[in-house]
Design a protein around this ligand. Structure first.
Ligand code: CP
Length: 308
């Protein structure tokens, strides 16, 4: 069995296999109703626990639908309603759940919770987002880029805004899939140095450019995310708006990228803050393909985890 904890912790060949299988599985569904099972049902007889300690629309629904399409069943659990939220240890929770279910997906706050769950579970554990990374999202984003524009290797991806958990997983993907990455945002919100150094050590360019207009020159893909995260306080929210105002992705910024540059946002968005509706709904935007591809990418991730 394999845990899917982060992109930089997963073998490059396995990442490629997951993307290719996701594309093949998406194509094989060929416009069937969403509730129709896949021709192959590799999760038949399997139960998957989906644990959420934070809100979710895409992750929750796409994992649930994905498991069902592959013939399995799900159990959606809220951290607050479990004993986990009332003092039971993560290790004990992992050991107990492993006796009931075949796989665990968890969305939590601290990365340490995910890692402890994986250490003590005897079934695969999938990272459905922590405060530090969001690998399932970026697998969907790589799939989305490649289905629109071909191989992402050698391309230039520009992230504008907050160097948050989604940005971190994009930097991991740069190193593993072999594309260049430019971060543009204010210094206090830079991505973690450790992640930048790791990608550079893998032979790709990772730049920090404070001027967003310069940063997007030659970009094949422009990405942003909400300026406030689920765990941020009200005072943080106000500070973030002041820091990030100059990094909004709007038509003027997109005009400096390559003419065929794609625009991505993992959603949910605060329209007219981090990106304008003109860009989000414009011809270069693939935001709803990204959302759909969470389903296909995660189905391939689950198959890889279980080896089925
Ligand atoms: N992008 C993403 O993870 O969306 P949700 O928070 O709705 O799951």
């Amino acid at each position: 069995m394999n845990h899917f904890l982060d992109i930089h912790k997963t073998d490059k060949a396995d990442l490629r296999q997951i993307i290719d299988q996701a594309a093949a599985m998406k194509s094989a569904r060929n416009g069937q109703p969403k509730g129709a099972p896949d021709a192959e049902r590799p999760l038949a007889g399997r139960m998957v626990a989906l644990i959420f300690e934070k809100p979710s629309t895409r992750t929750r629904v796409s994992f649930d639908v994905g498991v069902r399409q592959m013939g399995g069943e799900t159990m959606v659990l809220s951290g607050k309603e479990m004993q986990l939220g009332h003092g039971e240890t993560i290790a004990d929770t992992a050991r107990v759940l492993s006796r009931y279910v075949d796989m665990i997906m968890i969305r939590t706050f601290e990365e340490a919770v995910l890692l402890e769950m994986a250490e003590h579970a005897t079934v695969p554990v999938i990272n459905g987002l922590t405060n530090r990374t969001h690998p399932c999202q970026i697998m969907a984003d790589v799939l989305t880029y490649e289905e629109h524009r071909g191989p992402i290797r050698g391309r230039k991806v520009v992230w504008s805004g907050d160097g948050n958990n989604v940005c971190a997983s994009f930097i991991h993907a740069a190193g593993q899939f072999g594309f260049d990455f430019t971060f543009t945002g204010p210094p206090p919100l830079d991505p973690e140095r450790e992640f930048i150094d790791l990608a550079r050590a893998q032979g790709v360019r990772v730049d920090i450019e404070r001027d967003p207009m310069k940063a997007v020159e030659g970009a094949d893909l422009v990405v942003t995310d909400t300026w406030v995260s689920m765990h941020d306080s009200q005072s943080t929210r106000e500070r973030r708006h002041n820091q990030l105002r100059g990094y909004q992705v709007n038509e003027a910024l997109m005009a400096r990228a390559k003419p065929d540059a794609l625009f991505m946002h993992c959603l949910p968005a605060h329209r007219e803050d981090e990106a304008t509706s003109a860009v989000m709904d414009g011809p270069n935007s693939v935001i709803f393909d990204e959302a759909e591809n969470r389903l296909h990418a995660q189905k391939a991730i689950m198959r890889w985890c279980l080896g089925v």
